[in-house]
Design a binder for this molecule. Structure first.
Ligand SMILES: Nc1nc2c(ncn2[C@@H]2O[C@H](COP(=O)(O)OP(=O)(O)OP(=O)(O)O)[C@@H](O)[C@H]2O)c(=O)[nH]1
Ligand SMILES: [Mg+2]
Length: 709
């Protein structure tokens, strides 16, 4: 058995690379129907033939070998830097047959890098519908590299391409002897110099090193100096050379297209996608439909999920009621039911909503509608310092800010990318959903106006609020960020495809698993710690409580009403004097103006690192604080009977709204801060985010609480 070889998948965006990656490796790399789904490299292994395994590297799509955006740089680095562990022994160019001409430009550039390539031609089905017939043998002859037709969406041609890979590796198939165009003539002396001072062997690779000499990390100072000297001596003009190169390539591609692709009646066939776009991108109807789609999306998160949520909630309530009546009445039982089980049930309830949310977003991506949303909103976005491409990150921010912030890599303009990163966490992510759902159920009446539910409308209002706040803050930041760069919006509109339901299903299950695993771990750990903090306290404070209540309880009949009342008072006094209670009381002065009591204060503290923890914290706190006979009440019921010491309810409309707003705007997510640091390469931006978002949250909550009080 040989050591695995590296095979890189490259090609234009949305050409089917990740689909092929999944077909080869059996993994589940994200696939979607718009350009720029993959923004980072990902490796998996595949069995190519008996005894031959390969590391398959999936890469972000690139239009040409001159990178413009951060995701294109990831690919560029793998291709140009010849000395890393990722350096491919073989490249598979995944080329979209329905856009052959543009795809061939990139193919020809890769071929000239003198790394062995195989072309996997996807979308033959769509090309055929467009009336384009492609002569594969002819193409192979013209380009001098193997060409295989594949359809990774339907798993077709995967065995064939493996065979060709195996053959290529076995016969030590190398690269075409002649360059696609005469690269060396473009800048002869400089190319020679680069080849002399670096390990680069191809003329075209050397040309790229010369063009990007300042950006490439693997070029050392000595090499850089030598190359720059040569550039000066021979008047190296990179803009002119690039233009010349692209022109020569297209000239040859035109000739190849003529010889190998037959287009029947190019003007006759209007694709189904174009007809649909006439409506969906319409000046009026386009926007009307967009609003309707968004509206349906949020309404359905609410009502579709309400049934499974009720079952889960009821199930956990019954379970803990049953357990507390069967298990022996001691500390261990208490810890298990009120510490662990309460924590788990607190977040398990929200699994259905999270799944539905991710499922619907996947459908938007898979059909190709997401790209249309970018197109429709570009004008609005541009006015506030963003770009149509900011919409994808913003919408996926509704699921989770972490992948959303990575998705900004496709935005070419640095200023627009930075502002998008700064405002994306304002979008209401799925971790806020539990808090919204809980509070809405508590303080918003379940009224209906025909098909519209008031609770659903408030939910949608919160999401819209996040969006408009993001737009507003972007407009403010536009005035402060000083990066000057020309901005443009070029985005391919992919053809409409029916969603692959298997993909939708796996995404839903995957996301639920991640939610349970990641959030679950934190929530359970915090709930356990919290149970301890809430159950114990300094003896100096706890003893008086015991001394006060124990004799009182001993006096009344054990099963009587007085006993129940006393017991409840006893439990809350204990909680209030516990370590957790002291913590909550300590910050109460700061949050009281927002309408929050000390229990909410504890939840604010625990959810500072991750807001998922909020509901779990509440569940634990209210379980510890309640009298033991009330265990099968749902958290919602417990919260609605929560009261201030003077008997006023805690969760009034004003307090509920204030709490929702606080969670809508506050920056409470360590993972987001870490990813912002990584993408902006500085702690400055996550720090700014933390300060501005939390201040914003505090002020908005304060205002709303005082209005509704
Ligand atoms: N009709 C058709 N659709 C295909 C074919 N191959 C892939 N697709 C679809 O094309 C879309 C894009 O596929 P991806 O695998 O995400 O493309 P990608 O090249 O990884 O895209 P980026 O990561 O954005 O660069 C998906 O909706 C696939 O289902 C094909 O041969 N025919
Ligand atoms: Mg991809």
């Amino acid at each position: 058995m040989q050591a695995p070889i590296n095979i890189a998948l490259v090609g234009n965006p949305n050409s089917g690379k990740s689909s092929l990656f999944n077909a080869l490796t059996g993994l589940n790399q994200k696939v979607g129907n718009f350009p720029g789904v993959t923004v980072d490299k990902k490796t998996g292994t595949a069995q190519i033939a008996a005894g031959v395994t390969a590391n398959i590297i999936d890469l972000p799509g690139t239009y040409s070998l001159y990178p413009k955006s951060a995701d294109e740089y990831v690919t560029y680095d793998v291709l140009i830097n010849q000395n890393t562990s990722d350096t491919p022994r073989l490249i598979i160019i995944v080329a979209d047959a329905s856009n052959l001409k543009r795809n061939l430009l990139f193919c020809s550039q890769i071929i000239d890098l003198k790394i062995p390539v195989i072309i996997g031609l996807t979308m033959m089905d769509i090309a055929r519908k467009k009336g384009v017939e492609i002569d594969l043998d002819g193409l192979e002859r013209e380009l001098g590299v193997p060409v295989v037709a594949i359809n990774p969406r339907k798993n077709k041609g995967v065995a064939e391409i493996k065979k060709v890979i195996d053959l290529a590796l076995r016969s030590h198939y190398s690269t075409p002897p002649r360059d696609f165009i005469n690269n060396s003539a473009l800048a002869k002396e400089v190319i020679e110099e680069v080849k002399k001072v670096t390990a680069c062997k191809s003329d075209y690779g050397a040309l790229h090193i010369a063009v990007n000499v300042d950006e490439l990390s693997f070029i050392n100072a000595g090499q850089r100096l030598a190359i720059k000297n040569a550039q000066e001596t021979y008047a190296f003009n990179k803009t002119k050379i690039q233009a010349e190169e692209i022109m020569q390539r297209y000239a040859r591609i035109k000739h190849i297209m003529k010889a190998t692709a037959v287009e029947n009646d190019p003007l006759q066939k209007q694709l189904r996608s174009e007809k649909i776009d006439d409506l969906l991108l319409h000046r009026f109807w386009g926007y009307a439909i967009l609003l309707a789609v968004m509206f349906l999306l949020f309404q359905s998160i609410f009502w579709l999920a309400s049934y499974p949520m009720d079952w889960i909630e009821g199930g956990f309530g019954a379970l803990s009621g049953w357990l507390s009546s069967t298990l022996p009445d001691n500390k261990v039982t208490d810890f298990f039911i009120n510490g662990i089980l309460a924590g788990i049930s607190g977040f398990a309830v929200f699994i259905p909503q999270i799944m539905i949310l991710f499922g619907l977003i996947t459908i938007l991506e898979d059909t190709g509608y997401m790209a249309r949303i970018s197109f429709l909103t570009d004008r609005l976005m541009r006015q506030v310092g963003l770009n149509g491409k900011s919409v994808m990150p913003l919408i996926s921010g509704v699921a989770c800010a972490v992948p959303a912030i990575m998705a900004t890599r496709t935005i070419e303009n640095k200023k627009e990318r930075l502002i998008t990163i700064m405002v994306t966490p304002l979008m209401s992510c799925s971790a806020r959903l539990p808090i919204y759902t809980m509070m809405i159920a508590l303080v918003i009446p379940d009224k209906r106006f025909g098909i519209l539910g008031l609770q659903g409308l408030v939910m949608m209002g919160l999401y819209l609020l996040g969006f408009f706040m993001a737009i507003f803050i972007a407009a403010v930041m536009k005035l402060f960020v000083r990066i000057k760069e020309k901005s443009y919006f070029i985005m391919e509109l992919p053809v409409y495809r029916s969603p692959r339901w298997a993909n939708v299903g796996t995404t839903m299950v995957e996301k639920a698993k991640i939610f349970v695993k990641d959030a679950g771990k934190v929530i359970v750990v915090i709930s356990v710690i919290l149970w301890f903090l809430a159950s114990y306290g300094p003896a100096s404070r706890m003893q008086p409580v015991h001394q006060k209540y124990e004799p009182l309880i001993a006096k009344v009949a054990p099963e009587s009403r007085e006993a129940a009342v006393l017991n409840k008072e006893f439990q809350s006094a204990k909680l209030s004097n516990s370590y957790a209670g002291m913590l909550g009381h300590a910050i109460e002065p700061a949050i009281r103006p927002l309408g929050f009591d000390w229990k909410i204060g504890i939840a604010l503290i625990t959810s500072f690192a991750a807001r998922e923890v909020f509901v779990g914290t509440m569940a634990t706190l209210y379980s510890v604080g309640e009298d033991p006979d009330n265990n099968n009440a749902t958290l919602r019921e417990k919260l609605s009977s929560a009261a201030w010491p003077d008997g006023r309810p805690v969760y009034t409309l004003a307090a509920g709204l204030s709490l929702m707003l606080f969670y809508a705007f506050a920056m409470q997510c360590m993972s987001t801060m870490a990813i912002v640091k990584r993408e902006t390469k500085s702690w400055k931006y996550p720090a700014i985010q933390l300060v501005y978002m939390t201040t914003l949250a505090y002020i908005c909550s304060l205002i709303v609480f005082n209005i509704f009080k």
